[in-house]
Design a protein around this ligand. Structure first.
Ligand SMILES: CC(C)(COP(=O)(O)OP(=O)(O)OC[C@H]1O[C@@H](n2cnc3c(N)ncnc32)[C@H](O)[C@@H]1OP(=O)(O)O)[C@@H](O)C(=O)NCCC(=O)NCCS
Length: 161
């Protein structure tokens, strides 16, 4: 598996993945709306096959992980992407990284907490509000859990010794 910068050729695919995973071509973050297919990011490939993508947005010294999407779960794709975004954010002078995951996304909660992210806030009913902008967000999510709340996870970025 190889991780590389998102290229212009990948953009249409990123848009399709965002529509599939997030119910529309945009994602709603804390105070903004992002179009992931227009953001910087990384892609994991195996030969000609695309196995995952991550996009991010940097504001001052803080990096938001806007999307992370593994098409081959539990085989190291997500870790490769997260490490690459962290490395890039650090190199660009970021001191913090954050990401939002809905209450039903237990795989993501585990993934981020196992990689140094801590839960910093829960917006009760946050997903219900976002559903007003994006009616396609399902009411029932992973593991049959009702999709209602937004969980914020943050990580302090430090250069490895
Ligand atoms: C959250 C997400 C990105 C994680 O991606 P992933 O590709 O499954 O992540 P990894 O494979 O790197 O790591 C997941 C687990 O698999 C394990 N793993 C990695 N390689 C493995 C292998 N070859 N065999 C078995 N397990 C393996 C990892 O050790 C890890 O376990 P740990 O957390 O206990 O350390 C993925 O679940 C996903 O895309 N979900 C849908 C989209 C989403 O929810 N995004 C987040 C909100 S924006």
């Amino acid at each position: 598996m190889k991780v590389s910068l998102l290229s212009e050729d990948d953009r249409t695919w990123v848009k399709e993945r965002t529509e599939l995973l997030f119910g529309g071509e945009f994602v709603v973050s804390r105070n903004e709306v992002h179009d992931p297919h227009k953001l910087p990011g990384f892609i994991v490939t195996l030969g000609p096959e695309r196995l995952g993508v991550a996009t991010y947005h940097i504001m001052d010294d803080v990096c938001e992980l806007v999307t992370i999407d593994s098409l081959s779960q539990f085989s190291g794709v997500g870790t490769m992407l997260l490490e690459k975004v962290e490395e890039t954010a650090l190199a660009l002078g970021c001191t913090k990284m954050w990401v939002i995951a809905p209450n039903d996304n237990l795989d993501a909660h585990r993934f981020f907490q196992r990689r140094g992210f801590v839960l910093t806030n829960v917006r009760i009913g946050g997903m219900t509000k976002i559903r007003l902008l994006k009616p396609s967000i399902p009411r029932i999510g992973y593991y049959g859990i009702p999709v209602r709340d937004e969980f914020d996870f943050e990580k302090t970025l430090e250069a490895a010794d």
